[in-house]
Design a protein around this ligand. Structure first.
Ligand SMILES: Cc1cc2nc3c(=O)[nH]c(=O)nc-3n(C[C@H](O)[C@H](O)[C@H](O)COP(=O)(O)OP(=O)(O)OC[C@H]3O[C@@H](n4cnc5c(N)ncnc54)[C@H](O)[C@@H]3O)c2cc1C
Length: 379
């Protein structure tokens, strides 16, 4: 019998665990191929530290190529662009077709960019997809040297989730550090009536306090919609002035998924059963941000991480035609939100605490996570 072909699309957090599981417990009867758009994958937990200038970009990335080598998996560096579920192949941007018996998607998410109207628009820094955030951030940083001394610059965050709040605080820290001669003003728009809709009251209050300490004014029930000359307009036509706009609105699935026969929810995410198998599509799996469970989970890396070992088990089972096991999402997860001032907020359900020690704790967790997947640096 030919060896089952297991194809992993995207090297997100869940697939990092799948590769680790197959490295620790090799399956000599399964051929693994990984399709990734990059040899390095971003780890979201370290993003605020990197934005605030506390660590290098490389310290926030998983070495996918090394992980594949450890697992004896073939790595193809080209993004997937379509899937033919009948003929059972995935087509790549480089024109290659990769056949599969079992395939799994862990390609993360993107966001809907704002409409743009007119000229002299503010600089846009879209927070997703995470994998290319470093390029967009570099463009913003490159332009800093052209700004005149002594003026005011308004940085406007759009999106009041944890990622929107923490990245705005981290970005402001870095901008103030790089150009202390400029008065950096911070504003945050959220369409909801409060920040962090999924968190309890105490973590919300701590976040609001941290934003205020960072000099950021919060505007609730204001949906940022269009980039216009000198700012952003909201749903009622109000213009909020901005020079730089951090766009951190809700996650959506990658647009190419809409042209496949995969079942998608209204956010363009792939609908899966509790086994992480795609609804009505045996031997096709999805995990992390790109997967839509019922009920839906928040788009957070911590869920992708928790799915990883279970996905590995079910992929192995699918390759061996064995019954799949259901995955049980955790009831509550810990969120650690950096506040850009050497502190962080820990939030779990209604519990919340903040301090320098929380930031140190977060940095230790993140460093351990990265070290787990990366080979030790040789001297
Ligand atoms: C600024 C920011 C900060 C965040 N901070 C946190 C945090 O502190 N804690 C937390 O839990 N969550 C955080 N999140 C959310 C978190 O980033 C995501 O939930 C998490 O990354 C999802 O993991 P994933 O494994 O699904 O996908 P990802 O980690 O996004 O990985 C997907 C991978 O697939 C690759 N890929 C994409 N398309 C293709 C394709 N067509 N073909 C091949 N490869 C492809 C990408 O390059 C990437 O390597 C943050 C999000 C943002 C935007």
């Amino acid at each position: 019998m030919p060896m089952p072909q297991l194809l992993l699309i995207g090297a997100g957090h869940a697939h990092a665990f799948v590769l680790e599981a197959f490295a620790q417990q090799p399956a000599s009867d399964i051929a693994i191929t990984v399709v990734s758009d990059s040899p390095l994958a971003a780890y979201s937990g370290s993003v605020p530290a990197w934005l605030a200038g506390e660590c290098t970009l490389r310290e926030t990335q998983i070495d996918v190529a090394a992980l594949c080598q450890r697992t004896n998996a073939r790595l193809i560096l080209s993004p997937a662009s379509s899937i033919n579920t009948q003929a059972r192949y995935v087509a790549l941007a480089n024109g290659e077709r990769v056949n599969f018996d079992v395939v799994s998607f862990n390609i993360g998410s993107t966001l809907a960019r704002p409409q743009q109207h007119g000229e002299n628009l503010p600089k846009l820094l879209a927070m997703r997809p995470l994998s290319s955030l470093h390029q967009r951030w570099q463009v913003v940083k490159n332009e800093l040297s052209h700004l005149p001394s002594g003026g005011v610059q308004r940085v406007l965050g759009v999106g009041g989730g944890a990622a929107g709040c923490e990245t705005l605080m981290s970005v402001l820290t870095q901008l103030r550090k790089q150009r202390p001669d400029i008065d950096w003003e911070g504003h945050l728009l959220t369409a909801a009536d409060a920040l962090l809709p999924e968190a309890g009251r105490l973590p919300r209050w701590l976040t609001r306090r941290a934003l205020s300490k960072a000099g950021i004014t919060v505007h609730v029930e204001q949906r940022g919609e269009t980039l216009v000359e000198g700012g952003v307009t909201t749903q009622d036509g109000t213009r909020i002035d901005a020079d730089i706009v951090l766009w951190a609105t809700g996650a959506i699935g990658h647009s190419w998924l809409a042209n496949t026969s995969l079942p998608l929810d209204k956010h363009n995410f792939i609908q899966v059963e509790n086994t992480l198998e795609v609804t009505g599509q045996p031997t096709i799996f999805a995990a992390g941000d790109c997967a839509a469970l019922t009920p839906a989970l928040p788009n957070a890396g911590v869920y992708a991480v928790r799915m990883g070992p279970h996905l590995a088990d079910n992929l192995r089972r699918a390759c061996h035609n064995e019954p799949l096991l259901p995955w049980q999402p955790p009831e509550r997860v810990l969120a650690l939100i950096g506040t850009g001032d050497g502190r962080a907020i820990a939030s779990r359900g209604g519990f919340g605490v903040s301090g320098k020690w929380v930031w140190q704790w977060k940095k230790r967790i993140d460093a351990r996570f990265i070290a787990r997947f990366n080979p030790p640096v040789e001297n």
